[in-house]
Ligand binder design. Structure first.
Ligand SMILES: [Fe+2]
Ligand SMILES: [Fe+2]
Length: 176
C-alpha cells in the first residue's frame, strides 16, 4: 500500500492533470476561433492526453482499493496576446508538471515504495516528450511571430503531434 503522503500527492497531481487538460482546451478553442486549425487540433489532442494522464493516476489508486478524489479546477486562461502565448504557457506548464512528477518519484523512494516509483516513471518519460514538443513549437512560433500560417505548415510538414502511436507500456486509464 502506498504511503498516505504519496496518495495525497498523487491526488493533487490528478487535479493538476485535469487543470492542464482545461488549459490545453482553452488554447484549442482560441486557435480554432483564430482559424489556425492545425494548432487547434494539436491542442485538442493534448487536452485529451492530459485527461488520460489524470485517469491513469485515478486507476492506479482504484486498483489499490483507494477512491481517488475528483477535483474541481480553476478557470484556465482563455485570452491570449497572440498565437505564441498559449504555447509559452503550455511549455511552462509542462516544466512545472515535470518537477511535480519528479517530486512524486522522490516521495515514493523515500517511502521505499518501489511499485509507485515505477508507476510514475512512465509519466516522467512522457514529460520529456511533451517538453520537447512544446519547445520545438515555441521556437518555431517565435520565429514566425508575424506569419502564423508558417507554423500551420510546419505542423503538417513535420507531422507534429500526428498519429499518436499506441504505447503498450502506458498505464491503463480509469474507464478503459
Ligand atoms: Fe500530463
Ligand atoms: Fe503534459
Amino acid at each position: 500500500m502506498p504511503a498516505e503522503r504519496f496518495i495525497a500527492a498523487l491526488n493533487d497531481q490528478i487535479g493538476r492533470e485535469f487543470a492542464a487538460s482545461q488549459q490545453y482546451l482553452a488554447a484549442a478553442v482560441y486557435y480554432e476561433d483564430e482559424t489556425l486549425p492545425r494548432l487547434a487540433q494539436l491542442f485538442y489532442d493534448q487536452a485529451v492526453e492530459e485527461r488520460g494522464h489524470a485517469l491513469m493516476m485515478a486507476k492506479y489508486l482504484l486498483d489499490l482499493g483507494i477512491r481517488p478524489r475528483v477535483p474541481g479546477v480553476g478557470e484556465p486562461r482563455g485570452d491570449f496576446a497572440d498565437f505564441v502565448e498559449p504555447i509559452a504557457i503550455a511549455l511552462e506548464q509542462e516544466q512545472k508538471v515535470t518537477d511535480q512528477i519528479s517530486e512524486l518519484a522522490a516521495i515514493a523512494r523515500e517511502e521505499r515504495d518501489f511499485v509507485s516509483d515505477q508507476f510514475v516513471q512512465w509519466f516522467l518519460k512522457e514529460q520529456v516528450e511533451e517538453i520537447d514538443l512544446m519547445s520545438t513549437l515555441l521556437t518555431t512560433a517565435e520565429r514566425a511571430r508575424e506569419r502564423p500560417l508558417d507554423i500551420e505548415e510546419f505542423i503538417v510538414r513535420e507531422g507534429i503531434g500526428g498519429d499518436q502511436e499506441s504505447d503498450s507500456s502506458a498505464p491503463v486509464p480509469a474507464g478503459g
